[in-house]
Design a protein around this ligand. Structure first.
Ligand code: UGA
Length: 429
């Protein structure tokens, strides 16, 4: 099928590329001409494992191309996906101005029937607004259908999540677009759920909020484990093997961050308020998440006492492993907290140092993770990168004034660390 994706962020670029990979003809549109130039020249503006190879392969096969012109995309495709940002506003609600603008641009460019698919995460009832907007601004007065098709990919695993989705959700207002949507998704061999538009929009916020709730739940359990002398990883294993609960997203740590969970939780609380429901449960999820950071900082200050004039080595800046994304990163928040308390920081991240520089000045960026500990009073692990498990502990010990490790992501075994004579503090163990 001939598809256009408007917006080449994480969702748009990966979705477009995976659609091309299964044989569709895809045009990716972005209004940032500089970004389009980079993409046309074979550059990839984000780090996402496996993406670069797939983009190159599909561009070479003639199934994927990039343009800055919405009209080019709309007029040369049957289905137009909207994948533009929906950032938070100061009151927690969602800024829908990018969606509204793209809806107007699509409307202006339409000269024949189109299916317009919203892939961005939006509040329930946005589909109705997009429909109204297109009707109003479509001079050619052609027919169209607006549908909701939320995306469930995780950064860092986006290609895998897209190629092998757990499910595909398609929210429609009529039967007309269903066959085309099924044709688009059949190659992905996933269950396809057809719903009404409002339900599809709600599914996205309900899913992300539930996953955030799972993380806050295990973080609350971690607090109890610390007080009771239990081990949160063993508890997670013990409850997670119950298929009704599931082991995934039960990793205690510094709390969740990123461009989705914090924003989507706030948005869902606001949406619920607007329809007359006070979603106190989700407010508690937020509170536990904020508390988790406070408790970790307290662990550091309880051990090191005064942070002024102390040097700390921080491993991890990305909001999670396998990404260079530092938006709403708990690791960056932690660094800001430690700096505020007067500490000097030496930091390292396998992929996120370039992006971190803009928001975290006044620290020393160290290229080699094994060199971070040199001259430090303690080490801190802030992101769950697998490679940190290979840290040269003997070398780190030599570099530190005292062998102290605060592990915010539970990457090491407390018993092993004790044997190696480390003062080792992790979460919920
Ligand atoms: C999340 C969802 O997982 C995706 O399904 C969804 O499509 C996406 O948001 C979105 O709305 O676009 P993402 O933000 O990429 O994906 O990251 P996650 O892998 O969900 O991790 C979010 C945060 O939770 C990270 O800070 C991570 O460190 C933390 N986390 C995750 C934990 O603290 N413990 C866990 O057990 C799992």
């Amino acid at each position: 099928m001939k598809l256009t994706i408007i917006g080449t962020g994480y969702v748009g670029l990966v979705t477009g590329t995976c659609f091309a990979e299964v044989g569709h003809h895809v045009i990716c549109v972005d209004n940032d001409a500089a970004k389009v130039k980079v993409l046309q020249a074979g550059g990839i503006p984000i780090y996402e494992p496996g993406l670069e190879e797939l983009v190159k392969k599909n561009v070479a096969a003639g199934r994927l191309r990039f343009t800055a012109s919405t009209a080019d995309g709309v007029q040369n495709s049957d289905v137009v996906f909207i994948a533009v940002p929906t950032p938070p506003q100061s009151d927690g609600s969602v800024d829908l101005s990018y969606i509204e603008k793209v809806a107007r641009e699509i409307a202006a460019a339409m000269t024949s029937y189109k299916i317009v698919v919203d892939k961005s995460t939006v509040p329930v009832k946005t589909g109705e607004k997009v429909t109204e907007t297109i009707k109003r601004y479509c001079a050619a007065k052609v027919e169209f259908d607006v549908i909701s098709n939320p995306e469930f990919l995780r950064e860092g695993f986006a290609v895998g999540d897209l190629m092998k989705p757990d499910r595909v959700v398609i929210g429609v207002g009529s039967q007309r677009p269903v066959a085309a949507m099924q044709e688009i998704y059949t190659p992905f061999n996933a269950p396809i759920i057809i719903t009404d538009i409002n339900s599809a929009e709600l599914i996205k916020h309900a899913a992300n909020s539930f996953l955030a709730l799972k993380i806050s739940y295990i973080n609350a359990i971690a607090t109890i484990c610390e007080a009771a002398g239990a081990n949160v990883q063993e508890v997670a294993q013990g409850i997670g093997l119950d298929e009704r609960i599931g082991r995934r997203f039960l990793n205690a740590g510094l709390g969740f961050g990123g461009s989705c969970f914090p924003k989507d939780l706030s948005a869902f609380i606001k949406i619920s308020e607007q329809v007359g429901y006070d979603f106190k449960l989700l407010k508690e999820v937020q509170r536990i998440n904020a508390d988790q950071m406070e408790r970790f900082v307290k662990k550091i200050t309880d051990t090191l006492w005064v942070l002024k004039d102390k040097t700390l080595g921080v491993l991890g800046l990305a909001f999670k492993q396998n990404t260079d994304d530092v938006r709403s990163s708990p690791a960056i928040d932690l660094c800001h907290r430690l700096l505020k308390d007067g500490a000097t920081l030496r930091v390292h991240d396998p992929k996120a140092m370039e992006k971190a520089r803009a928001i975290l000045p006044g620290v020393t960026y160290v290229d080699d993770m094994n060199a971070v500990a040199e001259g430090c009073d303690a080490l801190v692990i802030a992101t769950e990168w697998d490679e940190f498990k290979q840290l040269d502990l003997a070398r780190a010990k030599k570099g530190l004034t005292h062998p102290i490790l605060f592990d915010g992501r539970n990457l090491f075994d407390p018993a092993e660390m004790e044997k190696l004579d480390w003062i080792y503090k992790s979460v919920g163990r």
